[in-house]
Ligand binder design. Structure first.
Ligand code: PEP
Ligand code: MG
Length: 573
C-alpha cells in the first residue's frame, strides 16, 4: 500500500452529488473466490438449512432496510428479492449441495458465478455494471449462510472506501453513520450510485486504484459533484471545499423551507408567484410551491404560427396551466416586438421603442380579440382565478381601448351563451416611466398594477437590456427605478389598487427585501428564485425591510443601494 502524505486527487465519476470532508475508512468487501469444499452426507441437511436461512435473513434484511427509502431504491431491493427467490438459482444451489455435495458457500458462489459469466460474455456496458451488483448479492448471501456478519467498527462520519459494495451493505453502513462513499468499481448507474443518491450521501464511483492509494484514517474530501476524491487535502483545498459546503447548506435549507408558510419573521404574509412561459415549467412551479402564476408570458404561442395562436390552441394552453396549478394566474396579452418575436418580420431602427406590445395589438385587432376571447372562455371554467395583464402600456387611452374591446367580446359571448367570468380583472404592466409617473390617473382605469422592472429599468436608464456592451449600466436596483416603483405603490395605495411586481427585481434578494419594505407583498419571479427569496424573507422582520426601503429612497446610486443592504444584512453574500 502506498503511503500518501501529499495532496492526491483521484478522478472518478459522479455517483451522487454533494461534498464531504472526513477521514477515510478502507474496507475490502470483495470476495474474489471461494474454494470448492466437499461435505459429507451428514452435513447436507445443515448446509441446505443454512442456505434457506440465509435467504430468509436476506429477505428480512431487505424488507427492513427498504422501509424508509425512496421508490428507486425500493425497486432495486425488489429486483434483488426476485433474484434471491428465483427457482433456477434455488434448484442449482440445492443440486450442488445435495447431489454434488459441495458446501453451501461454494454452491452459492458457483451458481451466481454462472450468471455473472454469462453477463460478462455479453460485453454490454450496462451488464458490466449489473455484474458488480450480482457479485455483491452473492457475497451477502455467502456471508449470511456462514453467519459471518462482519460487525463493522466504523467511526461515525467516515468516508467509506471500497472496491464495490452491495445495496444492503451500503444501507447498513449508512445507518452506522458514514458521510460519503468512494468505490473503485461501478458506474454512474450502479445500484450503489442510485442508493447513495437516495440516502443523500456524496458518492464517487470508478475511482481507479483508490483502495491502493488510501489507508484508513487519512483526511480526505469527496466531491460527489465533480466525481473526485482528494486524499490529504491542502489547507487551501480544505478551505475552498468548506466554502462550497456552506453555500450548498444554504441552498438546501432554502429548498427545505419552500413548504413553510410565506411570512416574515414577525408574521407579515407575502405571496411568491411564478413567472411562467412554457408547460414544461409547471412541475418546478409545483415543487417550489409558487402561489400561482404572477406573470404568464404568452408570446410562445405566436412562435408556432397561425395554428398555435388559434383560439383552440390558446384555450388548451391556458386550461392546462389552470388545471395543473392552484391559485391565481395572471395572463399577459401578447407582448411582441422589441427583443421578442417580430410577427411581420419588419425591421425597425429602434425596436424597443417601436411597434411593441399593446401598440401592435391595437393595430392588429383580430389577434387581440382572439386572445381576449380565448382567455374569457377559459375564465368561465375557473372563476376568479384569472386576471388579464396588458403589456407595454404608455398612455391611459390604450387601457381604455383594450377595455372597450374586452367589453365587446363579453357581449358576443353573452349573446352566444358562452360562460365567462364577468368580473375578470384587468391590469397593466408598469414598465414604462410614463405609467409610473401617472400612476394615480391609471389607477382610475385598472384593477391592478404589475411592475415590470426589466423594461422599467431599460426605459428609465436608457439602457438596452440585451446589449452586452453596456450591461454594467443596466442596474435594476438604481435609485431612479426605485423612485418610480415607490411612486406607483403610493398611487396604488391611495386608490386601493393592488400593486404586484413581476420583473426580475422581485427575485433579487435586495429587490425583494426593499419591495416588502415598501409594502408590496405580491412578488412574481423566475421559479428558481423562489426558495432563496422565501428563506430570506422568512428570516427577517418587516421593520428591517422598511429601514432598507427608507435608505434606498434617499440613495443616489445602485452602489449605495447595495452598500445599505450589506450594512443591514451583513450575513448575506
Ligand atoms: C418586465 O419587463 O419586467 C417583464 C416582466 O416583462 P418581460 O421581461 O417579459 O418584458
Ligand atoms: Mg416587459
Amino acid at each position: 500500500m502506498q503511503q500518501v502524505s501529499e495532496e492526491l486527487i483521484i478522478k472518478g465519476l459522479s455517483g451522487s452529488e454533494g461534498i464531504a470532508i472526513g477521514s477515510t475508512f478502507v474496507v475490502d468487501l470483495s470476495r474474489r473466490s471461494v474454494a470448492p469444499k466437499i461435505i459429507n452426507s451428514l452435513q447436507i441437511r445443515s448446509n441446505v438449512k443454512r442456505f434457506q436461512k440465509a435467504k430468509i435473513l436476506f429477505l428480512d434484511e431487505i424488507e427492513e432496510l427498504s422501509k424508509n427509502l425512496d421508490k428507486a431504491t425500493r425497486e432495486i431491493f425488489e429486483a434483488q428479492k426476485h433474484i434471491v427467490s428465483d427457482v433456477e438459482i434455488d434448484e442449482k444451489v440445492l443440486h450442488l449441495i445435495e447431489t454434488e455435495k459441495f458446501s453451501v458457500d461454494y454452491a452459492i458462489f458457483e451458481t451466481f458465478g454462472g450468471f455473472i459469466e454469462r453477463l460478462r460474455e455479453s460485453g454490454s456496458e450496462i451488464f458490466q455494471q449489473r455484474i458488480v451488483d450480482l457479485e455483491n448479492l452473492r457475497n451477502r448471501l455467502i456471508d449470511l449462510s456462514c453467519e459471518n456478519e462482519d460487525q463493522k467498527k466504523i467511526p461515525k462520519n467516515s468516508i467509506l472506501i471500497v472496491k464495490e459494495i452491495s445495496p444492503t451493505d451500503l444501507v447498513n453502513f449508512h445507518e452506522l453513520g458514514i458521510k460519503a462513499l468512494v468505490m473503485e468499481k461501478g458506474g454512474v448507474t450502479s445500484h450503489a450510485s442510485i442508493i447513495a443518491q437516495s440516502l443523500e450521501i456524496p458518492c464517487v464511483v470508478s475511482a481507479k486504484n483508490v483502495l491502493h492509494s488510501s489507508r484508513t484514517g487519512t483526511p480526505a474530501v469527496v466531491d460527489g459533484t465533480s466525481g473526485s476524491i482528494v486524499i490529504n487535502p491542502s489547507d487551501q483545498t480544505l478551505s475552498e471545499y468548506k466554502q462550497r459546503i456552506k453555500a450548498r447548506t444554504k441552498q438546501k435549507k432554502a429548498r427545505q423551507q419552500v413548504h413553510e408558510e410565506s411570512v416574515t419573521k414577525d408574521g407579515v404574509e407575502f405571496h411568491l408567484r411564478a413567472n411562467v412561459e412554457f408547460i414544461q415549467e409547471l412541475e418546478l412551479v409545483k415543487k417550489n410551491r409558487a402561489e400561482g402564476v404572477g406573470l404568464l408570458r404568452t408570446e410562445a404561442l405566436l412562435y408556432g404560427g397561425f395554428e398555435k395562436r388559434s383560439e383552440e390552441a390558446q384555450i388548451e394552453f391556458y386550461d392546462k396551466i389552470l388545471k395543473e396549478l392552484k391559485g391565481p394566474v395572471t395572463i399577459r396579452l401578447f407582448d411582441v416586438g422589441g427583443d421578442k418575436l417580430n410577427i411581420h418580420n419588419q425591421d425597425e431602427d429602434n425596436p424597443f421603442l417601436g411597434w411593441r406590445g399593446i401598440r401592435m395589438l391595437l393595430d392588429e385587432k383580430q389577434i387581440l380579440e382572439n386572445q381576449l376571447r380565448s382567455v374569457l372562455k377559459v375564465s368561465g371554467k375557473y372563476k376568479e382565478r384569472i386576471q388579464i395583464l396588458v403589456p407595454m402600456i404608455t398612455d391611459v387611452r390604450e387601457v381604455v381601448e383594450v377595455k372597450q374591446v374586452l367589453k365587446e367580446i363579453k357581449e358576443e359571448l353573452r349573446e352566444n351563451e358562452i360562460p365567462f367570468d364577468d368580473h375578470i380583472r384587468v391590469g397593466v404592466m408598469v414598465e414604462v416611466p410614463s405609467v409610473a409617473l401617472l400612476a394615480s390617473q391609471f389607477a382610475k382605469e385598472v384593477d391592478f398594477f404589475s411592475i415590470g422592472t426589466n423594461d422599467l429599468t431599460q426605459y428609465t436608464l436608457a439602457v438596452d437590456r440585451g446589449n452586452e456592451r453596456i450591461c454594467e449600466l443596466y442596474q435594476h436596483n438604481h435609485p431612479a427605478v426605485w423612485q418610480l416603483i415607490h411612486q406607483t405603490i403610493y398611487a396604488g395605495n391611495n386608490n386601493k389598487v393592488p400593486v404586484a411586481v413581476c420583473g426580475e427585481l422581485a427575485g433579487d434578494i435586495i429587490g425583494a427585501s426593499a419591495l416588502i419594505g415598501m409594502g408590496v407583498t405580491d412578488l412574481s419571479m423566475s421559479v428558481h428564485s423562489i426558495p432563496r427569496i422565501k428563506q430570506h424573507l422568512r428570516s427577517h422582520t418587516l421593520d428591517k425591510f422598511r429601514l432598507l426601503a427608507q435608505k434606498i429612497l434617499v440613495s443616489s446610486s445602485a452602489e449605495e443601494v447595495k452598500a445599505e443592504f450589506k450594512a443591514l444584512f451583513p450575513d448575506y453574500s
